[in-house]
Design a protein around this ligand. Structure first.
Ligand code: DON
Length: 310
């Protein structure tokens, strides 16, 4: 099986490399620093439940994980306040853009789910409680390093600065939710945590390793006990499937059939429960802000391995 998987991963990377850059979608430019990334990059990393790793392409090049960080922030926030989190953020797909504000007014400032920007701002606000922003950012960074078992993971300060200077929509969301009381800190403090965590720079290999606990029923990959309970791991994966690709979540579930979380840096983390954690990266995005080739590569991987939650 693993020799086959090595071949499958290499074949998919070769097929993706053959796709002209013009057909890969457009890298995000609303965060100016992200527009500087080479749109020709492609990386793929598959980490099996037993620890075997298969990589291809630019799998060891760090990129901005952006909204994929929302999975790690949610995990940490649930560890802190448990299911009380669900009083402040919902669990339904939004059917709207990742940075949309429209539902907040009618829904009393409670975002639809923790994976849209509004929801992740609430999660960041939870993680900020009792801390200075720098401490909260440090705690999240340590958590991701612990998950990936890799202390070299850092926050890309240029990306964090770029988003701080241009994140007017996020500032609007945070201020609006502050008025409802779903955000409890000064909005600029909550935004500071959120922007820096979105700016985590990780390679496909690091990301797949960090996501492995979700494929292992919540256990730490290094045999170091549990990150979360098996039930919580299942629930986080369920949210990834229903909400992880914003208004493209239905299409991703239809085509790939595996829980996944995308980021506007062009990365996707996908988790096959009990089997594997997969990370893919290609900066060109489709109309709803998800990696075009990333989804295509995962669709091929699911088809050729038979991996699916259905
Ligand atoms: O807040 C933002 O707009 C970005 N830091 C993250 C958005 C994102 O990654 C959406 N994903 N596809």
């Amino acid at each position: 099986m693993s020799a086959d998987l090595e071949t499958i991963v290499a074949e998919i990377a070769a097929e993706m490399a053959a796709v002209p850059v013009a057909r890969r979608g457009v890298p995000a430019s609303y965060i100016p620093e992200l527009a500087k990334v080479d749109p020709g990059r492609f990386g793929l990393a598959v980490v099996l439940a037993d620890g075997q790793v298969h990589v291809a392409g630019d799998a060891d090049e760090a990129f901005s994980i952006q909204s994929i960080s929302k999975v790690f922030m949610l995990t940490l926030a649930l560890g802190k306040i448990g299911d009380g989190l669900w009083a402040r953020v919902g669990r339904e797909p939004s059917g709207n853009a990742f940075n949309s504000i429209v539902q907040l007014e009618a829904e009393k400032g409670i975002p639809r789910n923790p994976f849209i920007n509004a929801g992740a701002l609430v999660v960041a606000d939870v993680l900020l409680a009792g801390h200075a922003p720098r401490e909260a950012i440090g705690e999240i960074l340590q958590f991701v390093r612990y998950l990936a078992d890799d202390d070299s993971i850092v926050v890309d300060r240029a990306v964090a600065r770029s988003e701080t200077e241009t994140g007017f929509r996020n500032a609007a969301l945070a201020n609006y939710m502050r008025a409802f009381g779903t955000i409890t800190h000064a909005p600029e403090l909550t935004l500071g945590v959120y922007f820096h965590v979105c700016a985590l720079a990780m390679s496909c290999r690091q990301l797949a390793l960090a996501g492995r606990f979700l494929a292992l029923d919540g256990r730490h990959p290094g045999g170091r006990g549990r990150v979360v309970s098996a039930e919580r791991a299942r629930r986080i994966a369920a949210l990834m499937l229903t909400c992880g690709h914003y208004d493209g979540s239905g299409d991703f579930a239809f085509r790939v059939g595996i829980p996944g979380k995308s980021g506007v840096g062009g990365g996707i983390l996908a988790v096959v429960p009990g089997v594997a954690s997969v990370a893919v990266w290609s900066p060109g995005l489709n109309a709803v802000g998800n990696s075009t080739l990333g989804a295509a590569a995962l669709e091929q991987l699911a088809r050729r391995t038979g991996w699916s939650v259905f």
